[in-house]
Design a protein around this ligand. Sequence first.
Ligand SMILES: [Zn+2]
Length: 256
Amino acid sequence: MIDDIPEAVRKTAPTPTKSSLPMPILATVVGLGVVVVGLLIFLFYPKASRETAQTETEVASGIQSTSNTEIIQSPPTETVAEPEPIDNVLGHLPYQQAKASDLAPITADGSIRLKKSAAKEFREMQSAARQQGIILTAISGFRDEATQEYLFFEVKKNRRQDTSTRAEVSAPPGYSEHHTGYAVDIGDGKVPGTNLNTNFEKTAAFRWLEQNAARYSFELSFPRNNPQGISYEPWHWRYVGDRHSLETFYKARNLK
Ligand SMILES: [Zn+2]
């Protein structure tokens, strides 16, 4: 029977029967392979291309890509908050100007003001000193940036001081502790000639402050050889008696 079939047909005819078993397996393996490769490409290619795009953005614009990343990752409220500036100018640190509504007078005519919390403590300190015969006079309290601008640049011109010499004795506008409403320049009412002068350290008022100011949460901002490199100012005291004042003076400088 087989001999009746032409050779060409005979050879091809048995082939389907011989390869009937391997063919579906081969097809399955190949088919599965294609599916797996396709799946892998589908899963990983978009991610890979996204990463490449991000790297290119970072290379193209360093800071901008970082802020873009922050916007994607954190809620909008957090992106609004910027890190507090910690740079100093000639040793002086930047300070926020107190709001007028947060200030209270420490002199009878109301011309000198401090933040309410500091004003209350100052008045208590002043009356405690008076009971011991010490007259603490307020020379300067809160100063706005315009006043500081005048004090720094105009006085600098009049005294023909260069910027760094001026900065040793006065803060540039925006960098004075007096902006905060927590700093006060104190004089001895009995020896006004020592006002804003290092001779103030020889007065009874200064000695009293050294011994008692801490009880009212006032501290000397610029003692001798202070790390900020500011001239010694025995008359300049700052209030650190509540959370906000403490953060105002210590947060920025403790950050690196
Ligand atoms: Zn001062």
